[in-house]
Design a protein around this ligand. Structure first.
Ligand code: NDP
Ligand code: MG
Length: 382
C-alpha cells in the first residue's frame, strides 16, 4: 500500500492521541504503525483492532501482560515499560512520531525518535521545556523537523510560512481559563472539579489544571522560545477569552500575522501530520460574524503568578524549567487527590525554584535528577 504519511503515536489513548486517530480515520493516506498507552487497555484494544498497527506498547507491565492475552488473535507485537515506549518511538516504518504522552515521560522517547531520524509532531511540550537545548540540537544534527501540535505554536508556525523568520515579537494567546477575573483570595477554596472545567478546550486532566493556573501558558512560553528561537522577553502573553485567534507573530515591519479558527485541536494535529500540505477539513468552519467581539488583555500575573515563575525559569535556563515543570507535575497530582489546595500548586513551584540551585547546560542525567529533587520537595511539603 502506498501511504504518504506513516506515523507512530506515543499516548494514543489520550485527548491528543484519540483526536490524532480521528484525523487518520478521515485520511486513508495516513497509516498508524505503532501506538502506546500507559494503562488504558480497553481503549487501546479497540484502537489496535481498528487501526491494525504492527507494534503496541503498554507502559504498565501488569496491564501489558493482560493486553497480550486480549490481542493474541491479532498479528501485533506487544511491548511494555519505558523500553517499549522507545520502540514505538523508533519503529522503522513510521516517519512521523506524534508525541502525545503527558509530562516529562515524553523526553526520552522523543530523543530516541529524533536519533532514529523521525520527524516529530510535538504535542508533549514538557519535552522542550525540560530538554529544549538537547532536543533542538539533536533535531538539527539529524535533520528532522519539530512540527508543533500545540495550537498556539501551530498558529505561530503557520504565520511564519513564506516569511523570512525575522520575528520581532510573538503574541501568545491564552484563554485565561475558568478563573479569569478572580483574585488570589477568590481561589482559596477551588476544588479539582472546579479547575477541571475549561471554558473552550476539552483536554487531559494535567493540561486542564495547568490552563487554569496559567502554568500551561508558562510552559508554552518556554516551548515557543525553543521552537522559534526567540528570547523570553520577546514573547508576549495575551488573554483572549474567545480562543479564536490562536497566536500571532509581529514582524520587524510591525505587521502582525495570525492564524484564526475554531477552538479545535484537529487542525493543528492535521497540519503537523501533513505539512506542508493543507488538506480539506470537514466541519469546524469559523463563522467570524458570530463573534461580535474578539478581546485581548494583559494577563493578571499577580493572581496567576506561575506565569511569571515560568518566564523566570525560561530566562534562567539550565534545570530551572525542569524544576518549574516537575514541581508542577507533582503538585497537580497532589491537588487532584485533594492533598494540597489549589493555590499550593503555584506556591509549590515557587518553593521548589527557590530551594534548588541551578545547573548550567544540564545533561539528561542532571534533568532527571532535578525532576526527582523537585518532586520530593513538593511531596515533602504536603
Ligand atoms: P492525556 O492525559 O489525555 O493523555 C496522555 C496519554 O499519555 C495517554 O495515552 C496516557 O495513557 C499516556 N500516559 C500517561 N502517563 C504516561 C507515562 N508516564 N508514560 C507513558 N505514557 C503515559 O493528555 P493530553 O492528550 O491532554 O496531553 C498530551 C500532551 O499534549 C501533553 O504534553 C499536553 O500538554 C499536550 N497538549 C495537549 C492538548 C490537548 O488539547 N489535550 C493541547 C496542546 C498540548 P493512559 O490513557 O493509559 O493513561
Ligand atoms: Mg496550547
Amino acid at each position: 500500500m502506498d501511504f504518504r504519511h506513516n506515523i507512530s503515536i506515543l499516548g494514543s489513548t489520550g485527548s491528543i492521541g484519540t483526536q490524532t486517530l480521528d484525523i487518520v480515520r478521515a485520511y486513508p493516506g495516513i497509516k498508524v504503525w505503532a501506538i502506546s498507552a500507559y494503562s488504558n487497555i480497553d481503549l487501546l484494544e479497540k484502537q489496535t483492532r481498528e487501526f491494525a498497527p504492527d507494534l503496541v506498547c503498554v507502559v504498565d507491565e501488569e496491564k501489558a501482560k493482560e493486553f497480550k492475552v486480549r490481542v493474541s488473535d491479532l498479528p501485533v507485537r506487544v511491548t511494555s515499560g519505558k523500553a517499549g515506549l522507545s520502540e514505538v518511538a523508533t519503529y522503522e516504518k513510521a516517519n512521523i512520531v506524534v508525541t502525545a504522552v503527558v509530562g516529562i515521560s515524553g523526553l526520552i522517547p522523543t530523543i530516541d525518535a529524533i536519533k532514529a531520524g523521525k520527524n516529530i509532531a510535538l504535542a508533549n511540550k514538557e519535552t522542550l521545556v525540560t530538554g529544549g537545548h538537547i532536543v533542538t540540537k539533536l533535531a538539527r544534527e539529524h535533520n528532522v523537523s519539530l512540527l508543533p501540535v500545540d495550537s498556539e505554536h501551530s498558529a505561530i508556525f503557520q504565520s511564519l510560512q513564506g516569511a523570512e523568520k525575522k520575528i520581532k515579537r510573538i503574541l501568545l494567546t491564552a484563554s485565561g481559563g475558568p478563573f479569569f477575573g478572580k483574585t488570589r483570595d477568590d481561589l482559596t477554596n477551588i476544588t479539582p472539579a472546579d479547575a477541571l472545567k475549561h471554558p473552550n478546550w476539552d483536554m487531559g486532566a494535567k493540561v486542564t489544571i495547568d490552563s487554569s493556573t496559567l502554568v500551561n501558558k508558562g510552559l508554552e512560553v518556554i516551548e515557543a522560545k525553543w521552537l522559534f528561537d526567540v528570547d523570553i522577553d520577546d514573547i508576549e502573553v495575551l488573554v483572549h477569552r474567545q480562543s479564536i485567534l490562536h497566536s500571532a507573530v509581529m514582524f520587524e515591519d510591525n505587521a502582525v500575522i495570525a492564524q484564526l479558527g475554531t477552538p479545535d485541536m484537529k487542525l493543528p494535529i492535521q497540519y503537523a501530520l501533513t505539512y506542508p500540505q493543507r488538506l480539506p477539513m470537514k466541519g469546524n468552519e469559523l463563522d467570524l460574524a458570530a463573534y461580535a467581539n474578539l478581546t485581548f488583555a494583559k494577563p493578571d500575573t499577580d493572581t496567576f503568578f506561575a506565569l511569571s515563575l515560568a518566564k523566570k525559569a525560561g530566562k534562567e535556563g539550565g534545570i530551572m524549567p525542569t524544576i518549574f515543570n516537575s514541581s508542577d507535575e507533582a503538585a497537580v497530582e497532589l491537588f487532584l487527590k485533594n492533598k494540597i489546595s489549589y493555590l499550593e500548586i503555584s506556591e509549590s513551584i515557587q518553593n521548589a525554584m527557590e530551594s534548588i540551585k541551578n545547573i548550567e547546560n544540564p545533561t539528561i542525567e542532571d534533568i532527571f535528577e532535578a525532576d526527582k529533587l523537585a518532586r520530593r520537595l513538593v511531596y515533602d511539603r504536603s
